[in-house]
Design a protein around this ligand. Structure first.
Ligand code: 13P
Length: 251
C-alpha cells in the first residue's frame, strides 16, 4: 500500500536557530500521538544535520530542497546528494517550480538530479505542475505528462518505485488560491493513469502522489479524502507548528 505523506517545504525561511526551534516544537507536538501519515520537513541545507539530531527521525523525516546535478568535484556552492544523505536526511525535493523558474532547472538537469538522489539512497519528491497560462489554455495534462516523461518516466521500474510525485500548479503556490478538490483529484488521477500505462497497475497503486499549492488546515481534509491524493507538499503552512500539525491531523 502506498504511503500517505505530509511534507513541509520551508523554502528559504528560518535561520538555523529558528529552524531548530520549529523542528523541536513539531517533535514535541507529534510525540504525544503517532501521526497517521509519514511526516517530512524540507529544510534549508544548513539546517539538515542539526534538525536530524534534534528530532525523533522515526516520526519526522527530513528532506533537502535540492541537490547538485553532479557527483562531486569543482562545483563551488553546490551540495551533493551524498552530502545530503550523510546528514541523515532521507528525502530530497526536486524540480520545484521555483527551482525551474528562478534557477533554470531543465528536465535534463532534473533527470541527473533524480538519478543521483536515488543512487545515494535519497527519496526524490519530484514536483510537476503548470503555469496559469497553460491551465487557461486547458493544456495542463499534456504539460505535466511531458514533465514526467522527460525526467522520471525513463527510470527503471525499480528506481521509479522509490520516488514520490508532487503536483503543484504554479498558480496555486503561495497565492492563497488552492486548486479545487476536483481539479487536484482529476490531475492526480491523470498522473496515476500515466504511471499505469508506463509501469503497470501495481506500481501506480503503490506510488504516493501529493498535491501542493495553498494547502492548509481548512482544505486539507477534503483534499486528502480524494482517492488519488496521498497527501500534501506544504509551503507557508509548514512554518507554524499549529498549522502544519492540523494538516497532518487531516489524515
Ligand atoms: P504554499 O503552500 O505556500 O502555497 O507552497 C506550496 C509549495 O510550493 C510547496 O512546495
Amino acid at each position: 500500500m502506498r504511503k500517505n505523506i505530509v511534507a513541509g517545504n520551508w523554502k528559504m525561511n528560518k535561520t538555523l536557530q529558528e529552524g531548530l526551534a520549529l523542528a523541536t516544537e513539531l517533535n514535541v507536538a507529534l510525540a504525544k500521538a503517532k501521526p497517521n501519515c509519514e511526516v517530512v520537513i524540507g529544510t534549508p541545507f544548513i539546517h539538515l544535520a542539526s534538525v536530524v539530531a534534534a528530532i525523533d527521525t522515526k516520526k519526522i523525516h527530513v528532506a533537502a530542497q535540492n541537490c547538485a546535478d553532479n557527483d562531486s568535484g569543482a562545483y563551488t556552492g553546490e551540495v551533493s546528494a551524498a552530502m545530503i544523505k550523510s546528514t541523515g536526511a532521507e528525502y530530497v525535493i526536486l524540480g520545484h517550480s521555483e527551482r525551474r523558474g528562478y534557477y533554470g532547472e531543465t528536465s535534463d538537469i532534473l533527470y541527473d538530479k533524480v538519478a543521483l538522489a536515488l543512487t545515494n539512497g535519497l527519496t526524490p519528491i519530484f514536483c510537476c505542475g503548470e503555469a496559469l497560462e497553460v491551465r487557461n489554455a486547458n493544456e495542463q495534462n499534456a504539460f505535466v505528462k511531458t514533465q514526467l516523461e522527460e525526467a522520471v518516466f525513463n527510470l527503471s521500474v525499480d528506481d521509479f518505485k522509490k520516488i514520490v510525485i508532487a503536483y503543484e500548479p504554479i498558480w496555486a503556490i503561495g497565492t492563497g488560491v488552492t486548486a479545487t478538490t476536483e481539479q487536484a483529484q482529476e490531475m492526480l488521477a491523470f498522473i496515476r493513469s500515466l504511471i499505469v500505462r508506463k509501469f503497470g497497475k501495481e506500481i501506480a497503486e503503490n506510488t504516493s502522489i501529493l498535491y501542493g499549492g495553498s494547502c492548509n488546515a481548512k482544505n486539507a481534509p477534503e483534499l486528502f479524502a480524494q482517492p488519488d491524493i496521498d497527501g500534501g507538499l506544504i509551503g507557508g503552512a509548514s512554518l507554524k507548528v499549529a498549522d502544519f500539525k492540523a494538516i497532518i491531523d487531516a489524515f
